[in-house]
Design a protein. Structure first.
Length: 335
């Protein structure tokens, strides 16, 4: 047994040496990092699912226009169209038109100044319809040149104004020009004693060489029997793209409220965002109680039952002691 223990002691250094050699071999087998190579982080890998177009196109005298077809847009999302001249020492004027799934034309962009080298123009478009869109890019002047075009799907349009998980109702509507005004009359259920924030915003660009005049009449009608109307805007300008008109509305009763809009527009077609956010309760909704003008009664002292029993026992004991003293005194006086 003693010899066997010595054998284990002699083998221990050998086992440790073998383990060290194996560990060293494993470390040497690992790929070595080149200090000159870039460090790739997980966050550097971005999804390209939302990138629809990223390409350089040539515009020349024989082909001054480019039509990009079969672009699938999803309603209520923003689509960012970017472009820039990428031929140095060159410049030109450009126009961009869009055809929606119904074949209607949106004149989105016309450069007022020449587009110069590496100067990117951003055209954000909020889609009111889901489907296939076509984009037409036209070079109006200038020499032969190359233009970099990027089309990317962005966030839902309302994210420009509301972040987080706020309670909201949201939609984008397409409006065609009608000389007498285009009406839109949605109903929304509002809670009692509550505050709501209403946003209106144009989300489709309008070419600089086209009139962008859009005026608005708007009122809110409550669900009462009388149908009380609250005028909000009268012949009010809708404003520039992504520049909202907004207001807060507090309710005095619950029910279906009518939001009545009438648009008077110069452009043939526009897309408008409607956003309503829940801002929380305004009041408890309780009326003050009736005022009591009677004279307050005279306060009555109340003695607890336990105290009443104690007082009675105490008085009884005093009376009993008094009687005993009187009887004792009387007997002694008779002796």
């Amino acid at each position: 047994m003693i010899k066997q223990g010595k054998t284990h002691k002699h083998n221990l250094p050998i086992i440790i040496s073998i383990l060290c050699i194996l560990s060293l071999c494993y470390l040497l087998s690992l790929p070595q990092h080149d200090p000159n190579s870039p460090v790739i982080k997980g966050s550097d890998f971005l999804s390209d699912d939302d990138l629809l177009i990223d390409k350089v196109y040539t515009f020349h005298s024989g082909s001054p226009s480019l039509i990009i077809t079969n672009l699938t847009f999803e309603r209520e999302f923003t689509y960012n169209i970017k472009m820039a001249v990428v031929t140095d020492e060159h410049e030109c004027h450009m126009e961009v038109d869009l055809f929606d799934p119904e074949g209607d034309l949106y004149e989105l962009f016309s450069s007022q100044e020449p587009m110069t080298y590496d100067e990117y123009f951003d055209i954000p478009f909020g889609a009111a319809l889901s489907g296939v869109y076509n984009l037409n890019f036209t070079k109006l002047d200038g020499p032969n040149l190359n233009i970099h075009i990027i089309i990317r799907k962005g966030e839902l349009c309302f994210r420009e104004f509301v972040s987080g998980d706020a309670n909201h109702v949201y939609e984008i509507r397409k409006f065609a020009r009608i000389p007498s005004g285009k009406s839109y009359r949605p109903y929304y259920y509002f809670k009692d004693q509550w505050c709501y924030h209403i946003y209106l915003c144009r989300v489709s660009p309008i070419s600089a060489n086209r009139s962008n005049q859009i005026n608005l009449d708007h009122n809110v009608v409550d669900p009462s029997v009388e149908g009380i109307s609250f005028p909000i805007y009268t012949n009010h300008s809708l404003g520039q793209i992504w520049d909202p008109r907004d207001y807060e509305f507090g309710t005095a009763m619950a029910g279906e409220y009518l939001l009545n809009f009438t648009f008077y527009q110069d452009p043939e077609f526009i897309n408008v965002m409607f956003l309503i956010t829940d801002e929380g309760q305004l009041a408890a909704g309780e009326d003050a109680g009736p005022i009591n003008e009677t004279t307050a009664p005279t306060p009555i002292m109340w003695v607890p039952l336990e105290a009443q029993v104690g007082i009675s026992l105490g008085v009884g004991a005093l009376v009993l002691i008094g009687l005993i003293i009187m009887i004792y005194t009387k007997r002694h006086s008779n002796i």
